[in-house]
Design a protein around this ligand. Sequence first.
Ligand SMILES: [Zn+2]
Length: 273
Amino acid sequence: MPELPEVETIRRSLMPHLVGRRVTAVQAREIKLRAGIESASWRRVEGQRLEQILRRGKYLIALFGDTAAVFHLGMSGRLTLALHDAPRAPHTHLVLRLESGRELHFVDPRRFGMAIVMDAAELGASPPLAKLGADPLGETAVVSLRGAAARTRVSIRDLLLDQTVLAGMGNIYANEALSRASISPFRPACKLGARRIGGLAAAIREVLLDALEAGGTTLTDGGYVDAIGEAGTFAVNLAVYGREGQTCARCGGTIRRVMLSGRSAYSCPTCQR
Ligand SMILES: [Zn+2]
């Protein structure tokens, strides 16, 4: 699933091709995604100029004057740029044709994604975005994390996945940040003092910025690529994620994978406490 670095990389790869361009035609398949694509509402962007692409957590927001399109890539969603006569990938649910002759395709085989249109004025108060927490790269991240951690006994790994606390984290970077901060993913959040939470917030920022610089993480199963088909190269830098049984580079211990709330937690039990 794309997380903040992948979604931000996609945003940056889309910007030069989309910003300032007019949408000349929209083809939307009425389909049931996490929020269904409604072809009638997508018609609102026809003839509109795309002014800006923003990211909020793992959501991408395309602004067309007073209309906004909100995308979430879910498990398998992709936003890709294509020439208008290029063959369409299976599961292409939405096509925005631009005056430049290019097209933006929203492709989502597993259908956990979202592609909705709303009034731009409603963005902040509407369900997908209203409850999102602080951006992990923003100045308020540490305050948000410290406040939420103090109030809950859930594991710190699960707290990092809670989008109402920090918006944009997923399982890869939650595990990697905990590794960098030498914190066990199983620790109840409220048992971590302010100093360790401060260290964790710094580790989160560091790992996200490193991953962003590498264009995100493309795992060996393929999966994520940016809007022009480039894979990210951060996978070689993963310290624990997907590395069960391997040796911890920091202490020589053995990395373990344990299921936690239905999702894999990767850690080195020797140096993460
Ligand atoms: Zn270790």
